[in-house]
Each structure stands twice: as C-alpha cells, then as structure tokens.
Write a protein that binds this ligand. Structure first.
Ligand SMILES: C[S@@+](CC[C@H](N)C(=O)[O-])C[C@H]1O[C@@H](n2cnc3c(N)ncnc32)[C@H](O)[C@@H]1O
Length: 283
C-alpha cells in the first residue's frame, strides 16, 4: 500500500528548495549547489523510507528532530567507497605520480571526501609500499562528522575483503592485502601504523577554505554530486590548495567539460584517469 502511494510520486522543485533551506538555516549544511537530478532521486527514496506522501511533509520533522535531519544529511552525502577503487588509477599513482613526488623532502596529500576512510587508508598503504609514508602528511576530510568517526575507527565488514584484495592486486599491490589488517570473524580493522599518519578533519567544500601547499590532492567521486557552479568553486579551491607542479586527481567518471580551459593553471595529464597537474609557471 505504502509503495503504491510512493510509486507515482513526484518531487516538486519548491519542496526541494524548502527542505534544503531548512537544512541550511537550521543545521548549517548547504546542499543548494548540488546536482538536482541525483539529489531528487535520493530525496524521493527518503519519502519512501519515512513513508510520507510528499517531501514537504519531511520539512517540519527535519526542523524539530535532529536524528531525522542527520538521516537526511547522510543520504545526501553518500559515503560509498572501496579500497583501491578503480585499480588502474592506483597503478598509475604508484608507478608514475608517486615517483615524481619522491624528490620532495615532505609530501603533503589532501584526500577529499573520505566517506568511511577506504581511500585515505589505500593511500597510506601505497605510500608505505613506495617507501614514502614516513615523509608524508595525509589530510583526509569530509563534510559529515559521522563518516569521519567511522573512518577514524578504520573498521569494515569482512565481506568486502575479497573484492578489496582483488582491487589491491590489480593496483599493483606488492604484498598480501590481509597483512594490513587485523581480522576477526565479522570485521577487518586497519593496523594502527596506517592510522597514525592520517589526520581526519571535518571540512565542507562549499564554505571552508583551502589546504595549503599540497603536492597531491585526491578528490574522487565528490564533484559528480555537485552542480556546475559548485564544481567550478571546488576546482578553484583544490587548485589553490596545490603547490606548483602538484597533482590533482579526480574520479574517473568526473569528466568535467572544459575543466583545464576554465582553470588555466591546470594541465590535463590523462583524461581517462582525470589527472591534472598545476603548472610550474603559474602564479
Ligand atoms: C561517494 S563518496 C567518495 C568517497 C571516495 N572519495 C571514493 O571515491 O571512493 C563522496 C563523499 O563526499 C563527501 N561530501 C559530500 N559533500 C561534501 C562537501 N560539501 N564537502 C566535503 N565532503 C563532501 C560525502 O560525505 C562522501 O563521504
């Protein structure tokens, strides 16, 4: 019955605007610049979960019930991730990008949008295997404090292990993936030595400032949730965070039209990997 009610239901723009304004005014989360189509899909799913006929019915609940608001925020900020997601990208990082960073006495890396931490720990493993971990500072950020808590914990269901192991091998992994974890019947927990070099920080790309003097910025599968104007703003922020000659890695599916044209400080190194470099001569 509930499903039938929900099935033909449409969300109106005015309801989306009102809900986003409620989240912004009441909780300080500004999702107004996010891409509307995918946002609407997720909000429609929420009307199903909460069994309301119209999205607008959620607005008063969101205003007065922080737990519901958090559920809405969580569903907008999608933490989906994997260890060594898109292994060929990691293979390239290992064999081409990191050797170029090896000459720096100190390597600063900003990993943006960490979800539950898999990408940050993948970087730590890669740096360890290339002998660069001790010289590296890894900043890993996300808008969502609950995701950051989970990332700090470094603990995931054991059922992902096989797939992550396969990714690691295809990424050119040199050891045994299981060696980086302590395993119990239900979970795998990252070893402490890979936690220590990572600083998990709450940072909102919409309103917060740059990270300074980064040699590598990894921002994958975040921009695809943003509208054009917000993408522009964020690419600017990421570019300003890079040192000259530093690398910017976006998600493979994030083929942002004319990015290098709109941001002349960046050179596209590889379009299939979405890897850019900040020009040495740029100011
Ligand atoms: C799909 S996950 C990507 C995880 C990882 N980068 C990867 O590619 O596997 C997107 C992450 O971006 C975060 N995010 C969304 N909006 C953000 C914002 N305005 N500022 C910072 N992080 C944001 C979400 O909370 C989520 O954890």
């Amino acid at each position: 019955m509930t499903l039938l009610k929900w099935k033909n239901h449409h969300i109106q723009d005015v309801e989306v605007n009102l809900l986003l304004n409620a989240l912004k005014e009441r909780y300080g989360y500004d999702f107004t610049g996010y891409a509307r189509a995918s946002l609407k899909r997720r909000l429609l799913a929420l009307t199903h979960d909460f069994e309301v006929q119209h999205l607008s019915q959620l607005i008063p609940i969101v205003l007065y019930d922080e737990a519901v608001a958090q559920t809405v925020i969580n569903s907008i900020s999608v933490p989906t991730s994997d260890f060594f997601r898109d292994p060929s990208v990691w293979y390239y990082l290992r064999n081409t990008v990191l050797p170029r960073l090896a000459s720096f006495p100190r390597i600063n890396i900003w990993q943006v949008g960490c979800g539950y931490g898999q990408e940050a720990y993948s970087l730590a493993i890669l740096l360890y295997e290339t002998g660069l971990l001790k010289r590296s500072r890894l900043f890993s950020s996300d808008i969502n404090p609950l995701f950051l808590d989970k990332a700090r914990l470094g603990c995931w269901s054991v059922r992902h292990k096989q797939q992550w192991n396969d990714n690691y091998i295809h990424a050119g992994g040199m050891g045994d993936f299981a060696d980086f974890f302590i395993e119990s019947e239900t979970v795998i927990r990252i070893r402490d030595e890979f936690k220590q070099p990572i600083e998990f920080i709450q940072h909102n790309l919409v309103v917060d400032d740059v990270f300074k003097e980064m040699q590598l910025v990894v921002c994958r599968n975040v921009l695809l949730y943003f509208g054009n104007a917000l993408q522009e703003h964020v690419v600017n922020l990421l570019t300003r965070s890079l040192e000259r000659g530093g690398f910017l890695l976006l998600g493979r599916g994030e083929n942002i039209v004319d990015l290098a044209k709109k941001h002349p400080q960046l050179t596209l190194l590889d379009s299939s990997l979405q890897l850019y470099r900040k020009r040495i001569g740029s100011s």
